[in-house]
Design a protein around this ligand. Structure first.
Ligand code: GDP
Length: 444
């Protein structure tokens, strides 16, 4: 999400970043560029207008002009306002009710509802340690019930069987009874796809809602539809009391118009975003982080969170210290990183979270896939200790030996060395104040 917005804004941000002084003209130009970028990202017009107006008011205020770094202060204003438009704080699911907490999912056909039910079940099970059951009330498409059953098996949560001859209300009531007996914490209810103009279908889901009294009613909507996603959610919300929105397919949505429009247009928070077809492709939505990503400050907090869960913390801390002290990043460090990436299932999800990655074209990012990692590790393992510590030793004949040892070609070794050199350069830059600069940008 947000790639094109980020690219569009990067010039503006770069021009502002180092400025010690800002003129009215600079500010006017920056807000104009922000406005155009938002419109191009398919953000709803009222949202763009309100946002740009707030940025203008704050930009000409004391907070920016009297700041020691007015350029940075203006960037911060833009970031704050982008975050505010998206809701400022992440809102987790409310599960503070007597078990089972019922979560009702609604949305158009094909929006990604069933997939999201499975992702959410996995999230609640793994991250919030809940016992989860899922049930399908889609009595119009037996295939949808089967699809949910398969997914439930995949993520290893309880599945309550239903069949097309039953009434949705009867299915869900029976599921609640069963969930209570089995000490289930959360029951997620999948429903048939429907549009808000289909009155019979809307009456059905309203009755279902009244009968089961869900603590959360989530509207699942495809982010690829841009600001229409917000409009659809709004119509739906007029008929059914939604508690939040799940934006799916954000991995394919380069513009981000839906993410920026939903909150203002519907008054409901985006609670989760779908980031892939697999069941781990669901993220809690953090508005402030998303705003940081739009301005290409990187989702450092998201990165930290992901890293904390899966990475060897001691090693990570040591590397951070090393980088901070300006010590050389060597091939042992690269191997540690590769091993940790391997644990995380490759780089793809991680790359997007790094600052500055918005500008790297997709085809370059795609080169760094999970498949490469074991080969790269094999190459490093084929080096001597000395070579790993002092990579400049690695000349042509050493490269040939290393390649043989790893069962690969010298070209593979060259490729790895090139990647290493790029990493080393980047780490060097971070060590020389880049990281501090970045942190300043994030914190204030
Ligand atoms: P439903 O009709 O609303 O239940 O939709 P499904 O759950 O069957 O999903 C429709 C299609 O969207 C499927 O091919 C899913 O794999 C795909 N899908 C759902 N969520 C995401 C997502 O976050 N990213 C991507 N790339 N595809 C998704």
């Amino acid at each position: 999400m947000f790639e094109s917005l980020t690219q569009r804004l990067s010039g503006t941000i770069d021009r502002l970043r180092g400025r010690g002084r800002l003129t009215e003209e600079n500010i006017r130009e920056a807000t104009r560029e922000v406005r155009i970028a938002l419109l191009e990202a398919d953000v709803a017009l009222p949202v763009v207008q309100a946002l740009v107006e707030r940025i203008k008011v704050r930009a000409v205020g004391q907070e920016v002009l009297k700041s020691l770094t007015p350029g940075q202060a203006l960037i911060k204003v833009v970031r704050d306002e982008l975050a505010a438009v998206m809701g400022s704080q992440a809102s987790e699911l409310n599960l503070n009710v007597p078990a089972p907490a019922v979560v009702l999912m609604a949305g158009l056909q094909g929006a990604g509802k069933t997939t999201t039910v499975a992702k959410l079940a996995r999230h609640l099970k793994e991250k919030r340690k809940k016992k989860v059951m899922v049930v399908s009330a889609d009595v119009y498409r037996p295939a949808a019930i089967e699809q949910l059953q398969t997914l439930a098996q995949q993520v290893d949560v309880l599945f309550f069987p239903s069949d097309a001859s039953q009434k949705p209300e009867a299915i869900v009531k029976a599921a609640i009874d069963d969930a209570r007996k089995s000490y289930v914490d959360v029951l997620i209810v999948d429903t048939a796809g429907r549009t808000s103009i289909d009155e019979a279908m809307m009456a059905e889901i309203k009755a279902l809602h009244a009968a089961v009294n869900p603590v959360e009613t989530l509207f699942v909507v495809d982010s690829m539809t841009g600001q229409d996603a917000a409009a659809t959610a709004k119509h739906f919300g007029a008929a059914l009391p939604l508690t939040g929105v799940v934006l799916t397919k954000t991995d394919g949505d380069a513009r981000g118009g839906a993410a920026l429009s939903v909150r203002t247009i519907t008054g409901k928070p985006i609670k989760f975003v779908g980031t892939g077809e697999k069941t781990d492709g669901l993220d809690v939505f953090h508005p402030a982080r998303a705003a940081g990503r739009i301005l290409d400050m990187g989702d450092v907090l998201g990165l930290v969170e992901q890293v904390e869960q899966q990475v060897d913390k001691d090693k990570a801390a040591k590397l951070a210290e090393k980088v901070a002290k300006g010590k050389r990043f060597d091939l042992n460090d690269l191997r540690d990183q590769l091993e940790q990436m391997q644990n995380m299932g490759g780089l793809s999800g991680l790359m997007d979270k790094l600052p500055g990655m918005g500008q790297i074209p997709d085809h370059v990012k795609n080169q760094v896939t999970g498949k490469e990692i074991p080969r790269q590790i094999a190459i490093i393992n084929s080096m001597t200790k000395k070579e790993r510590r002092n990579p400049t030793l690695i000349n042509g004949s050493r490269r040939a030996r290393i390649a043989r040892g790893a069962g690969l070609t010298p070209a593979d070794v060259n490729k790895l060395m090139k990647q290493y050199q790029q990493m080393e350069k980047m780490m060097g830059k971070l060590g020389r104040g880049g990281m501090k600069g970045m942190m300043r940008g994030l914190s204030g």
